[in-house]
Design a protein around this ligand. Structure first.
Ligand code: AMP
Ligand code: GLY
Length: 423
């Protein structure tokens, strides 16, 4: 089979790494990929959100199966376009990707089908939003409705902060059309975790849990990022909590999507708050998490490609997945400045030394090659991933590998996995 992976981050490197191991895969392409992905796949110069470019490339290279990594092309309808063109594709269609693409849609779905989630209201008019905030009080959470590259959520400690967030989204238009509406939510307290499942209409195959670290700096300080590290499984998601997540959140949501005429196929990511009243949904994503995909896939023993094809074809009942008992943990190395402005082009040395540490894989998130050197080409740049019998051992191995990488312009958190280790 000729396989095309769409995307250029650490998630797509992990997907390519796993798919390249599949006996079903005879040729692997990635659009656009990065310097690390180029070691396992042929990179094609097509942007991930260039839907027509992706369809043309899939035709040109006679692709048999496509796997979509990021949310933007899903929400733009790339699965619909590839399937219409006769190319079997892993991922939800546009109407189903709205579960991530519109927070208002997702919240209405939860309300209508009794899926536990924060209380909310929607506004397109700032004064009405502010009087709701005044009635509810702080802390309170203000979100842009649409896709905002992880920046559209503001957890506000005071009413003034919440008013400023409303102005930022509705008046200043900080997120363009993605912010033509705001969702205002009750602040939920607890420990965050995520849970992943493969879904084809009514068929659901649970994968595993993970925990991401969104704030930029140690001790969960600093601005939110796309994720500075992750580990899997997350001990806060006990077997009993996992059962509750499946029965009160994932299965009802899958049934609800069918009921509203948007049957869901692909990876369903539930972002959760484990509260004193049990797990509540913060968000759904229509794709693997990044960086969560990296520790998740190094734990998978079974053939990922076979599972993704079975998901696309509606044969999930024929798949049983095998996992390493180990935990896995990813430390993200980012360019200094991220998530704000950061320069590109600094030279990174020693990745080969890090990869030589037993149990370590280094996934590239934003790299390219220039004059024979590996150079940084993004905010999040590397995902140094290690397996170990416990989260603590995986963490120790990951940082041993991180310390072999010579990149003065980069930084990472030194405390990835702290909640699991503290337990
Ligand atoms: P989201 O993209 O919706 O998951 O939001 C990004 C981050 O904001 C989450 O990972 C949480 O840390 C935080 N967050 C979102 N919604 C809430 C909520 N209702 N209560 C508390 N924290 C929230
Ligand atoms: N790491 C968070 C996400 O992928 O949405």
């Amino acid at each position: 089979m000729k396989v095309l992976v769409v995307g250029s981050g650490g998630r797509e490197h992990a997907l390519c790494w796993a798919i390249a191991h599949s006996p079903l895969c005879t040729a692997l392409f990635c659009a656009p990929g990065n310097a690390g992905i180029a070691a396992v796949a042929t990179c094609l110069p097509v942007a991930a959100d260039d839907v027509e470019g992706i369809v043309a490339a899939a035709h040109g290279y006679a692709i048999d199966f496509a796997v979509i990594g990021p949310e933007a092309p899903l929400v733009a309808g790339v699965v619909d376009r590839l399937e219409e063109a006769g190319i079997a594709t892993f991922g939800p269609r546009q109407e189903a990707a709205a579960i991530e693409g519109s927070k208002a849609f997702m919240k209405e779905l939860c309300a209508r089908f009794d899926i536990p989630s924060a209380a909310f209201a929607r506004f397109d008019e700032p004064e009405a939003a502010k009087s709701y905030i005044h009635r509810k009080g702080a802390p309170i959470v203000v979100k842009a409705d649409g896709l905002a590259a992880g920046k559209g959520v503001m957890v506000c400690r005071t009413e003034n902060e919440a008013h400023a967030a409303v102005d930022h989204i509705l008046i200043e238009g900080a997120f363009g059309a993605a912010g033509s509406e705001v969702v205002i939510e009750e602040f939920l307290e607890g420990e965050e975790a995520s849970f992943f499942a493969l879904v084809h209409h009514g068929q659901v195959l649970p994968l595993a849990s993970a925990q991401d670290h969104k704030p930029a700096f140690d001790g969960d300080e600093g601005p939110n990022t796309g994720g500075m590290g992750a580990y899997s499984p997350a001990p806060v998601v006990t077997p009993a909590i996992a059962d509750q997540v499946m029965s009160t959140i994932i299965r009802p949501a899958v049934a609800a999507m069918a009921e509203v005429g948007r049957p869901y196929t692909g990876l369903l990511y539930a972002g959760l708050m484990i509260t004193a009243d049990g797990p509540k949904l913060l968000e759904f994503n229509a794709r693997f998490g990044d960086p969560e995909c990296q520790p998740l896939l190094v734990r998978l023993k079974s053939d990922l490609l076979e599972a993704l094809i079975a998901c696309r074809d509606g044969r999930l009942d024929q798949i049983s997945l095998h996992w390493h008992d180990d935990a896995a943990l990813t430390v993200v190395m980012a360019t200094r400045g991220y998530p704000g402005y950061y320069p590109r082009g600094s030279v990174i040395r020693g990745v080969d030394r890090a990869e030589a540490v037993p149990g370590v894989a280094v996934f590239h998130a934003g790299t390219t090659r220039k004059d024979g050197h590996l150079v940084a080409d993004g905010g999040r740049v590397l995902g140094v991933t290690a397996r170990g019998p416990t989260v603590a051992e995986a963490q120790a191995t990951a940082y041993r590998a991180v310390d072999l990488i010579d990149w003065p312009e980069g930084f990472c958190r030194r405390d990835i996995g702290w909640r699991a280790i503290r337990r």
